[in-house]
Write a protein that binds this ligand. Structure first.
Ligand SMILES: Cc1cc2nc3c(=O)[nH]c(=O)nc-3n(C[C@H](O)[C@H](O)[C@H](O)COP(=O)(O)OP(=O)(O)OC[C@H]3O[C@@H](n4cnc5c(N)ncnc54)[C@H](O)[C@@H]3O)c2cc1C
Length: 375
């Protein structure tokens, strides 16, 4: 099919910037590019009917890390990088609440908790020392001296078993991932961003002063600059250090008298759960099968789902009646380090990828930084 002259001069007209990927990184980047210069013509192309990666398939946590995860990060990544990441995540969460209507995205500042299991209890004193160390370091970027505190009284309140300690963080919240992406999509469209779905970009080429994007259809797109926001899907960025990591999730039926309220982390964030009304959403356990979960395949597996069910019945809902109604997976973009990659990969082609399983919180700041870089 040939395109008409009308289409050529409107929808398919060359753009100042084309973004590949309409997940949170692509959407926040579009928002900041338009905010910085409303006259820039911007289009987003996504191969999915809707964003199809991690942004609408995560657990809906608005968090910036648990004590054991941050303690481990401080050790492995060093203080400066860890604080930079925490600060980006913390600022990102504040931006979400500032730019989007909290009610529209079901945002709630519910508080977050980390569970320390009885069979892995370092003892109250050692834990308090860890909390104090992390709090002291975080004070440089989060203006409170007590981000985390021990909150053991709530263990029985929430109905947990086999849990020795709870660490509380009042600054965490949860939100509705689908509603947030939809709200952001509508916002950028209202700013004049054109969005094409169901089109896969297969390669790009520099021709004179423009970038030509080839697709899985007969269509080609032309832009002065291109921004690749495909996170874990690295086909367009073969030389970049990106490792896909599947995150699996399940949701239960409604549970009578469910006391759980908040976001919960376990084992350095490898397990995470929250209430969804009076249902429980639980995800993770990737650390039980690292190699198998290093994939962009979006099916769920028996191995991980069974492990999640075991965890659910042992720690979260002991003795309760429930069934599992929903199971899905999303793909995170990891690498040899946790910092997202924001750079010019070739002349006029940039990327903002590898959100390291933290893109809900990171994407607003990543979007702003990359918009600045592309000016
Ligand atoms: C189970 C789970 C739990 C998570 N928990 C948290 C959390 O607690 N806190 C947090 O901050 N983050 C969390 N995350 C991570 C967060 O969801 C991601 O970091 C974030 O959504 C990544 O956004 P993105 O836009 O970079 O990537 P994605 O949302 O994956 O978007 C990439 C898009 O690129 C498109 N695409 C790929 N290749 C092409 C191509 N060639 N042509 C056109 N389009 C293409 C895809 O269709 C996709 O829509 C979690 C993720 C998962 C899966």
């Amino acid at each position: 099919m040939q395109i008409s002259v009308w289409e050529k001069e409107s929808f398919y007209a060359p753009k100042d910037i084309i973004i590949i990927g309409s997940g949170l990184a692509g959407l926040w980047s579009a928002y900041y590019i338009k905010k910085q210069n409303p006259k820039t013509s911007v289009a987003i192309i996504d191969r999915g009917i809707i964003p199809t990666g991690a942004s609408t398939r995560n657990a809906g946590f608005a968090c910036f890390g648990s004590v054991t995860e941050l303690y481990d990060d401080f050790t492995k990544m060093g203080e400066d990088k860890t604080l930079e990441l925490v600060s980006m995540r913390y600022q990102g969460l504040q931006r979400i609440r500032k730019v989007l209507d909290e009610k529209l995205i079901d945002f709630e500042l519910c508080g977050g908790y980390e569970l320390i299991a009885s069979d892995n209890d370092p003892g109250t004193e050692a834990l308090e020392e860890q909390v104090a160390t992390v709090n002291k370091k975080l004070k440089q970027v989060i203006k409170t001296s007590q981000t985390f505190k021990l909150s053991d009284k709530k263990i029985s309140e929430f109905g947990f078993q086999h849990v020795a300690h709870l660490l509380e963080n009042k600054l965490e919240g949860y939100l509705h991932s689908g509603k947030m992406c939809q709200a952001l999509l509508q916002l950028v469209q209202s700013m004049g961003v054109l969005v094409f779905n169901g089109v896969e970009v297969t390669r790009h080429e520099k021709l004179h002063d423009k970038i030509i994007l080839y697709t899985n259809q007969t269509l080609r797109f032309t832009a002065a600059k291109v921004l690749i926001c495909t996170n874990a899907f690295a086909e367009l960025l073969p030389k970049v250090d990106i490792i896909p990591a599947r995150g699996q999730v399940l949701v239960t039926t409604p549970i009578n008298g469910l006391k759980l309220n908040g976001t919960f982390h376990y084992e350095e964030g490898y397990y995470y759960f929250r209430n969804l009304g009076n249902r429980v959403l639980l995800g993770g356990a990737r650390n039980k099968a690292f190699e198998e979960e290093r994939t962009t395949d979006m099916n769920t597996t028996d191995k991980i789902q069974k492990e999640l069910e075991r965890f659910l019945s042992r720690y979260i809902l002991p003795g309760k009646e429930y069934a599992i109604t929903d199971r899905w997976s999303g793909i995170m973009g990891m690498g040899s380090e946790k910092m997202p990659i924001m750079k010019e990969v070739s002349p006029q082609v940039y990327c903002a990828v590898r959100m390291s399983g933290m893109g809900v919180a990171l994407a607003p700041v990543v979007g702003e930084k990359v918009a600045e870089m592309m000016k």
